[in-house]
Design a binder for this molecule. Structure first.
Ligand code: NAD
Length: 332
């Protein structure tokens, strides 16, 4: 199939070219993000391959269809950036990579928790400046704490196991409890109980129209004082302004984010020579007890290899009219 890949970096090209040797699709790598301004670049393609911050709203999808595109291949798990009903109406199929390395994201979640707790980001900078003082670096034992995991699918279930390994009591909220988690001693509770009892709250559910700003002012008010909030899922799950208020009032003690609701205009690019225009994000980065990584939780060589192989296999399935296990529901 002729496939145009949007939002690509050198690492995407490397892993896709390697995986494509076995399947032989015609790949065109583009750097721009797919949106209304760039959609014309898909001319000549039968499929577009996109990532988390490409915009596939109804207008973009209609233009794609007009250009002859019949497949959207997401090279990620989440599909909140695709208007699925519009895709279905237009006869565009949507495939994704539901699992490429849940370990990558789960391990990054632990990295954020450990770094925030032991303040490794600050300690590293201090030692480089020959400041060996410990004042301000006090941490706590994770052993014995209660961790609340929101969403216990592939990633959340691994986070449960990792934190159980530290000796945490694990509470979980998920409309569809995971039997493996139950067997491993995870206690399923409702969301209010999870928020009220957890020292660490970590989000691992998809973003949907129903759970936008799941972490709202009310949710924050119901949490333990000094709570640690971790979001490696999707930025829109968290009301960032309310998190800032919670940090300023010291209700929230620690925040670790790999995703941000307005990340599309920031992440994956080098803006270091420009003036940051997003005042909310700028404020977030001023707190000593906040760590933001730029949507890098997935970024391991294992994950990139799996993403490329699965995406190309999805495209091959559609090209050869074979059943594809990774069709997104509304496009089946
Ligand atoms: P998954 O589909 O295996 O699991 C998601 C779980 O969330 C399911 O068990 C589902 O029942 C549950 N869920 C749905 N709505 C919920 C709600 N409102 N409250 C609580 N639980 C709910 O997905 P996964 O592979 O574990 O990925 C989880 C999320 O991680 C993805 O949706 C994606 O947004 C995010 N993600 C981030 C990165 C990154 O690099 N930061 C990489 C991959 C995935």
């Amino acid at each position: 199939m002729r496939v145009t890949l949007f939002s690509t970096k050198s690492y995407d090209r490397r892993f896709f070219e390697q995986a494509n040797q076995a399947v032989g699709h015609e790949l065109t790598f583009l750097e721009p993000r797919l949106d209304r301004q760039t959609v014309a670049l898909a001319a000549g393609a039968e499929a577009v391959c996109v990532f988390v911050n490409d915009c596939l709203d109804a207008d973009v999808l209609a233009e794609l269809r007009g250009l002859g595109v019949r497949l959207v291949a997401l090279r990620c798990a989440g599909f909140n950036n695709v208007d699925l009903p519009a895709a279905e109406r237009l006869g565009i199929r949507v495939v994704r990579v539901p699992a490429y390395s849940p370990y990558a994201v789960a391990e990054h979640t632990l990295a954020l928790i450990l770094t925030l707790n032991r303040k490794l980001h600050r300690a590293h900078n201090r030692v480089r400046e020959s400041n060996f003082a410990l004042e301000g670096l006090l941490g706590f034992d994770i052993h014995g704490l209660t961790a609340g995991i929101v969403g216990t699918g592939k990633i959340g279930a691994i986070v449960c196991r990792l934190l159980a390994g530290f000796g945490c009591r694990i509470l979980a909220y998920d409309p569809y409890p995971n039997p493996d988690c139950v067997a491993n001693g995870v206690e399923y509770v409702d969301l209010p109980q999870l928020l009220a009892e957890s020292h660490i709250v970590s989000l691992h559910c998809p973003l949907t129209s129903e759970n936008r700003h799941l972490i709202s002012a009310d949710a924050i008010a119901s949490m333990r004082d000094n709570v640690m909030l971790i979001n490696t899922s999707r930025g829109g799950l968290v009301d960032t302004r309310e998190v800032i208020n919670g940090l300023k009032s010291r209700k929230i003690g620690y925040v670790g984010l790999d995703v941000y609701e307005e990340e599309a205009s920031l992440f994956f690019e080098d803006h270091s020579s420009q003036i940051l225009q997003d005042d909310v994000f700028a404020r977030l980065t001023t707190f000593p007890n906040v760590i933001v990584t730029a949507h890098q939780a997935f970024f391991t060589s294992d994950a990139l290899g799996n993403i490329a192989e699965t995406t190309l296999a999805n495209i091959s399935d559609i090209a050869h009219d074979r059943p594809c296990p990774n069709l997104v529901a509304a496009s089946r």
